[in-house]
Ligand binder design. Structure first.
Ligand code: AMP
Length: 469
């Protein structure tokens, strides 16, 4: 008997009284709740209940338990209806054709495994943000067509994701069939993780597979609620790859382990920085967030991006870095521009000489050299966030040079992982995405993963084993 509690600020590992637990549950509105105990808790981590008496509960951090996760290779699909949560949130053209089918291709191995083993794949996904309404331009119908071409076999399409017609379609499937359900988010109940909706989604299905890492940080009906109605829930191949690379880098990296953080703001990345501080040997920092660090060191930063309210936070990180065994490396020089637009005048300056009317838009050549020198010894590299305003070609050199070096490092044997979002977009734009070990498909999900959180859509694989079902 076991319970996983997710995402609480509660941090005592050896137990607490039930009243404290009740207090936590009433103070927090967002929750992940796992059978058999229905505690409502907002957590920061994953816990295992060892024992529960009338007045005392003993819990252990999940990472202290040796745990196997159920994967797609552990399930028997023959003759079974399999609900598969995929991430088919793809961009469409104005005439509603699939513009980029990367995400569809990424889930093909999982779909082929299920149907190849004689299972019936019932695929569900969201597309866009229809806000709980049926919006024709966000229908998954064009995706069914593209999937049919990619698979080379018929893909049936359900006009909804729940209801009697969908249930009949599920029941009519034969071994090896593929059915794609209509956009989950046409129903507001999906994002509310509604119990009735979850049950209807699971109806007519025997097994559950989650291959949508990009949606795993949300406890929605299709990623969490529906799993309560299955005996077995497993990760698909894409999900496994994400966990293998991102999880492997964080938990058991081959050292030296170097992380590169960039992007716009400290506020969006502070939890990642805190989590990585204890794990990485080097933390290289670029992007817009460096200027808040420089401000914290008392430097003038001109008109560069500044988060005034995060200066104290930056000071704390710098202080921690002084004591720590790892090295936090900030740029030595930056590219500054007189305008935040293409065609601006630019020059390279030392970080302590940023002119008052100019703003920093990229890391400078000396910094690129220094970062590459550190990266040249690295055996594991995780990168999240561009080094500069890479969308404007004149400000993209830092991001490009680091990306190209990562491709070389991969060739020389380093494990290189791109943590989704804008850095994934940057390496695709530069054309080296396929030369890296792994480019995460999850933006928000990979960020939360790097923050050290266990994602609801990942926790479910552990749950089934713990509950012994
Ligand atoms: P994030 O989503 O936090 O990874 O931020 C990505 C964004 O950061 C990109 O759109 C970049 O243009 C932006 N960015 C990177 N460096 C800078 C900079 N020096 N000043 C302003 N924005 C930046």
């Amino acid at each position: 008997m076991g319970v996983l509690l997710q995402n609480s600020g509660y941090s005592q590992e050896n137990g607490c009284d039930v009243d404290t637990l009740k207090k936590i549950t009433t103070e927090n509105t967002e929750y992940i709740c796992f059978v058999p105990f229905k505690f409502k808790i907002t957590l920061c981590s994953l816990w295992f209940i060892d024992s529960l008496s009338n007045d005392h509960i003993t819990i252990t951090h999940i990472q202290d338990k040796t745990m196997a996760k159920l994967t797609i290779d552990d399930l028997q699909f023959k003759g079974k209806n399999v609900l598969v949560r995929v991430d088919f949130n793809v961009p469409l053209t104005e005439d509603l054709q699939v513009r980029d089918d990367l995400r569809i291709k990424a889930s093909l191995p999982t779909i082929k495994k299920i149907i190849g083993d004689g299972g019936r794949a019932i695929l569900c996904s969201h597309l866009g943000r229809p806000k709980g309404q049926r919006v024709d331009s966000m229908s998954l119908k064009p995706v069914a067509k593209r999937l049919q071409n990619l698979l080379g076999k018929e893909v049936k399409f359900a006009p909804d994701c729940i209801g009697p017609e969908v249930l009949n379609l599920k029941k009519s499937l034969k071994n090896g069939d593929v059915l794609l359900l209509e956009n989950l988010r046409f129903h507001p109940e999906e994002e509310k993780n509604d119990t009735t909706f979850s049950k209807l989604l699971a109806e007519g299905c025997n097994l559950y597979v989650n291959d949508a890492f990009g949606s795993a940080h949300r406890a929605h009906a299709s990623t969490e609620g529906a799993t309560n109605y299955f005996d077995q829930c497993a990760s698909g191949y894409l999900m496994q790859k994400e966990l293998e690379y991102l999880g492997g880098a964080l938990e058991n990296p081959t050292r030296p382990f170097v992380t590169i953080l960039g992007g716009a703001k400290i506020s969006g990345k502070i939890d990642v920085i805190s989590n990585l501080l204890g794990k990485a040997d080097y933390l290289l920092i670029g992007g817009g967030m460096i200027f808040t660090f420089f401000k914290a060191q008392g430097m003038e930063i001109g008109k560069s991006l500044l988060e005034e309210d995060r200066v104290e936070m930056a000071k704390e990180v710098l202080n921690k870095a002084k004591d720590g065994a790892f090295k936090l490396v900030l740029p030595e020089d930056v590219l500054v521009a007189d305008k935040f637009e293409a065609g601006a005048n630019t020059k390279t300056v030392n970080v302590d000489s940023i002119p008052a009317e100019w703003l920093g838009v990229d890391i400078g050549p000396q910094t690129i050299k220094k970062f590459i020198q550190i990266l040249s010894n690295a055996k594991t590299i995780v990168w999240n966030g561009p080094m500069g305003v890479f969308e404007i070609p004149e400000f993209a050199k830092g991001t490009e040079e680091i990306a190209k070096y990562l491709a070389m490092a991969t060739e020389k044997g380093a494990t290189t992982v791109i943590g989704g979002g804008d850095s994934a977009a940057a390496v695709k734009k530069i054309g080296i995405a396929n030369k890296l070990s792994h480019v995460s498909t999850g933006g928000g999900a990979s960020l939360e993963f790097l923050e050290g959180k266990i994602l609801p859509g990942v926790a479910i694989f552990c749950l089934c084993l713990l509950c012994g079902t």
